[in-house]
Design a protein around this ligand. Structure first.
Ligand SMILES: *Cc1c(COP(=O)(O)O)cnc(C)c1O
Length: 455
């Protein structure tokens, strides 16, 4: 009797999903840090004969599962990772069965989901009419996509032939916030531009670009601003920046990997006024929106410029079809945008705003609790990020992060900001509630007591 191969796949698929569900149910009880002692079991020699699926999944579930950092749990406060909403991670599972290549001819339904998601994001962030974009693996690639677009557009306006790249091109200027994210500088280099000549703009005591320190701009300038400082959550002054860039013919690009979502929250959006004056924006789905990794969005006011820089233009492809591959770096890729579609559909307009407000509310509470414990939080809580230190012992404050990590109760990392050493807490997981914050604060209080033993 012939074994149905796809039945086998279906069975394997259910088994994987079942183990995933078991993992999620165990998260409230388990430690947040990873158990890495057994990882060698994952690095055996490649066997001559293949292993059966159940044994592979057993190995993954035991050794692999133990070796995960439980960033899916609500007690994870590191970097700005976020978890995965139920609808989004379930969509990922279904998408993996579909295994679609995200293009019009190869995945009509997933492409419709992606296009719809981009429209919803544009609406939620109140971006200008005509804005369009593409899904990428994350903000780094989205920043690169838009920096290449901005570079080509500025050079074309200066009369440089499109398609010549940087060969014989006039020199462009880059003006950037002194606190721009490190990955943006990598994106600058990937776009063939130099980080050495960046004209840095000093920031204020919240980490925002000081508009009074902005140099004279012109039509060969690319201005790099950010929505969401990784230490303070602060937003650059987009309204004034937008006016200055427009008057000079400069291109304003905003890296809003996690922070752009603040624009959906009634109590926060005032700080992002004028965001719509920019030329391009980057936002991640995999951080604040809580879709699974990896998923970012490159959005541009001038989609025709994106298309001009990113189009494939191969003769064998029908050029009447608007393919996302003509607006993004990748050709073959997963339909990751469908997870954003599922996440947004499950939350609705109100659910997105409520989640973002909740992140902010927890961050405000955390600042208060840390202050009561004797920590200094040297900034206002602009969004979901909190940087803290002990002014009398910065080294000890940094070590508190390691101590809490080892306790397994919660997870956040050391950080340095404006010359101070300390730690940084990010509230960006959809499942973080008051109880998780209680456990975080208790773990910090305990770590502080254990580290600062009275002399
Ligand atoms: C995380 C982050 C990035 C990089 O995003 P990836 O999605 O990890 O590529 C860029 N900018 C900011 C502000 C970030 O927080």
């Amino acid at each position: 009797m012939q074994i149905n191969l796809l039945d086998q796949q279906a069975e394997a698929f259910s088994s994987g999903a079942e183990r995933g569900a078991r993992y999620l149910k165990g998260l409230p009880e388990r430690r947040v840090n990873a158990e890495t002692g057994g990882l060698d079991a994952l690095a055996s020699g490649l066997p001559q004969d293949g292993m059966d699926v159940a044994s592979i999944l057993d190995l993954m579930e035991t050794v692999g599962g133990e070796g995960t950092v439980a960033s899916a749990a609500g007690r994870y406060f590191g970097y700005v990772i976020g978890g995965a909403l139920p609808a989004a991670s379930a969509a990922r599972a279904l998408l993996s069965a579909w295994d679609q290549t995200a293009d019009v001819l190869t995945g009509p339904s997933v492409i419709r989901m992606e296009e719809t998601a981009i429209g919803w994001v544009k609406e939620l962030l109140a971006l200008p009419e005509g804005t369009d974009g593409a899904f990428t693996t994350g903000a780094t690639m989205a920043n690169m996509t838009l920096l290449v677009t901005a570079r080509d557009a500025l050079l074309a306006r200066l009369g440089h032939q499109r398609g010549d790249g940087l060969m014989g091109a006039p020199k462009l200027r880059i003006v950037a916030s002194a606190e721009i994210h490190a990955t943006v500088l990598k994106s600058v280099r990937m776009a063939g531009l130099s980080t050495r000549d960046i004209e840095w703009v000093e920031t204020d005591d919240q980490g925002r670009m000081r508009i009074d320190r902005l140099p004279e701009l012109d039509e060969r300038t690319l201005v790099l601003a950010q929505a969401g400082n990784v230490c303070t959550g602060a937003f650059d002054p987009f309204d004034a920046l937008g006016d200055r860039c427009r008057a000079a013919g400069a291109w304003l690009h905003v890296d809003g990997a996690f922070g752009l979502w603040a624009r959906t929250a009634p109590s926060l959006k005032g700080a992002l006024a004028g965001l719509d004056k920019a030329d391009s924006w980057v936002v991640d789905s995999h951080k604040t929106l809580n879709t699974p990794y990896d998923s970012g969005l490159a959005l541009c006011r001038h989609p025709e410029e994106m298309q001009a820089s990113m189009a494939i233009g191969a003769a064998y492809l029908p050029d009447t079809v608007a393919s996302p591959a003509n607006r993004a770096p990748e050709f073959s890729r997963s339909a990751r945008g469908a997870e954003t579609w599922a996440a947004l559909l499950s939350l609705g307009r109100k659910g997105v705003a409520d989640m973002v407000e909740r992140f902010h509310g927890h961050a405000v509470r955390i600042k208060g609790e840390l202050t009561d414990l004797g920590f200094l939080v040297p900034h206002e809580v602009h969004f979901n990020q909190v940087f803290a230190t002990l002014p009398e012992d910065e080294e000890a404050s940094a070590r508190i992060a390691d101590h809490v990590q080892r306790s397994g109760e919660a997870w956040f990392g050391q950080a340095a900001w404006q010359g101070k050493k300390g730690f940084r807490i990010s509230v960006s997981n959809w499942s973080t509630g008051e109880q998780e914050v209680d456990r975080l604060i208790a773990a910090i209080a305990k770590a502080k007591a254990e580290i600062l033993v009275p002399a």
